[in-house]
Structure formats: structure tokens, C-alpha cells
Design a protein around this ligand. Structure first.
Ligand SMILES: [Fe+2]
Length: 200
């Protein structure tokens, strides 16, 4: 049996997000291309790792094998986090309203506005990464977190609720590096609260 053909590759998804406020179609086009690169590289890495296992050559003491394993977390999360991000954007955003998500986000912060203030504050961190409002599935609490690259800082057993890309490619065509705050405002202007609520 050919072990490399026994697992279906990941398929790149498509989104129609044209017409976002403050995030241009040119930015989206660039961003979708980068996302597709993560899907492609996740599949390539998985294929290569399967080949090495099938050849009986998997060894954590082999630096080239170890690096492939390490890269998988970066490429896979690069793929998956972008899917969460594009899924929680919409050109027809609705107000969040005073409902289940509104209350859940505010629970650990003393209110929704305080949660949002904290989310924006985390977004002001230097470097590239992600801000994610994560829900701890063991107790339902939602807290805000910074993810370095794509793989460092994700919490075990936590589910992403609100996912914001803060790599420069997410806004550099539309804003200067010092204008990151305007991109964060644009993110909230296009945030699909219903998509976020469906993740609760
Ligand atoms: Fe991105």
C-alpha cells in the first residue's frame, strides 16, 4: 500500500469577502494567496513525514526529521488560524447585541467593553502574531491571548472565539506600520459576531 496516498490532503477554502470596510480587496487577495501557501506546505510536510515513517527512518535525533516535525505546527496553524480569521469577517456585519456572546466575552473582564479594550491592548503588542479570544472548554471562561508566529501561545483545550491576524501582511497595503490601531478598528468594523457566537 502506498502510505502517502491513504490520507486525503487538506483543501484550500475560498471566501467572498469583497467590500470589507478598511480592509481592501488587494489585501484580501494577497492574504488568500498566503493562506493557500500554508495549506500547500501543510500537505507537503505531511507527505514527507509519511514517506520518512514508511521508510522506517523517523528519528527525533535526526535534525532534518525533527525540523520537519517542528515546521508542521507552524504550517498547520498558519492554515487553520487563517480559516478562523476569514470565517469571522463579513462585508455585512451585524451589531453584537446584548446576548449570549456579549455576556460570555465580558464575563472575565467586568463587561463587554472591558473585554474589547483588553483585546485591542493585546493587539498593540510588538511583533507579528495573532490575538485570540479563547474559551477554556473546561470552565467556559473566555480570555485574550497573543500567539507568536502561528504556533506559540495556543492553549491546550481552548477553543478560538474571536481571531484577529496581526501579521503585517494583514494590513500593510492599507495602513502604515504605525497605524496598526486603524487596522484593528477595521477588523472590528467587519467582525462577524454571529460566526463568533456559533463557536461558543
Ligand atoms: Fe495572515
Amino acid at each position: 500500500m502506498n502510505v502517502t496516498s491513504s490520507v486525503a490532503p487538506y483543501a484550500a477554502r475560498k471566501w467572498n469577502l469583497s467590500g470589507l470596510r478598511g480592509i481592501s480587496d488587494a489585501t484580501l487577495e494577497l492574504h488568500f494567496g498566503l493562506y493557500e501557501g500554508y495549506v500547500k506546505n501543510t500537505n507537503l510536510l505531511n507527505d514527507r513525514l509519511r514517506e520518512i515513517r514508511a521508510a522506517g527512518k523517523a528519528s527525533g535525533t535526526d535534525p532534518s526529521y525533527a525540523e520537519l516535525v517542528r515546521r508542521l505546527g507552524f504550517e498547520y496553524n498558519g492554515m487553520r488560524l487563517h480559516e478562523y480569521y476569514f470565517d469571522n469577517l463579513t462585508a455585512q456585519p451585524a451589531e453584537i447585541g446584548n446576548g449570549r456572546l456579549y455576556n460570555a466575552l465580558g464575563e472575565c473582564f467586568g463587561g463587554f467593553d472591558e473585554w474589547k479594550k483588553d483585546f485591542v491592548a493585546v493587539g498593540g503588542m510588538r511583533g507579528v502574531g495573532w490575538v485570540i479570544a479563547y474559551r477554556d472548554l473546561t470552565n467556559g471562561r473566555i480570555t485574550n491571548h497573543w500567539i507568536d508566529d502561528h504556533q506559540n501561545g495556543n492553549l491546550a483545550g481552548f477553543a478560538p472565539i474571536v481571531v484577529m491576524d496581526l501579521w503585517e501582511h494583514a494590513y500593510i497595503k492599507d495602513y502604515k506600520p504605525a497605524e496598526k490601531g486603524r487596522y484593528i478598528e477595521a477588523f472590528f468594523a467587519n467582525l462577524d459576531w454571529q460566526a463568533c457566537e456559533s463557536r461558543l
